[in-house]
Ligand binder design. Sequence first.
Ligand SMILES: [Cu+2]
Length: 120
Amino acid sequence: MIERAARARLDGGQQVVEIRVHGGYHPGAIIARAGVPLRLIFRRDDDDVCSERVVFSAPRLERRLAASGSTTIDLPAQAPGEVRFTCGMGRYRGHIEIVAERAPSIMARLWALGRSTGSQ
Ligand SMILES: [Cu+2]
């Protein structure tokens, strides 16, 4: 089933997303900004063996998720791209789309250019 991608929320100097683990990852599709550290807060809601470990593609890391309560995993600021995460055997799957901040508008850039090269 297709799930809508959730956008990580900005919280101070980082972005945060909470993920419920129950027969899979919810949300399983996340959109995050490039260049800002990303904190993932996993909360296990089942005792399936698939919920015990989570493995990330970039950076490559593997973490054990607490049986109850939440487990926080901090990912460093990254370039645009895709990060995949799965359970130990790849049955639960999620992905994070890391996207560049929207470029400033043409008008804003022209205005800035005019300021930096403007006559005195
Ligand atoms: Cu598994």
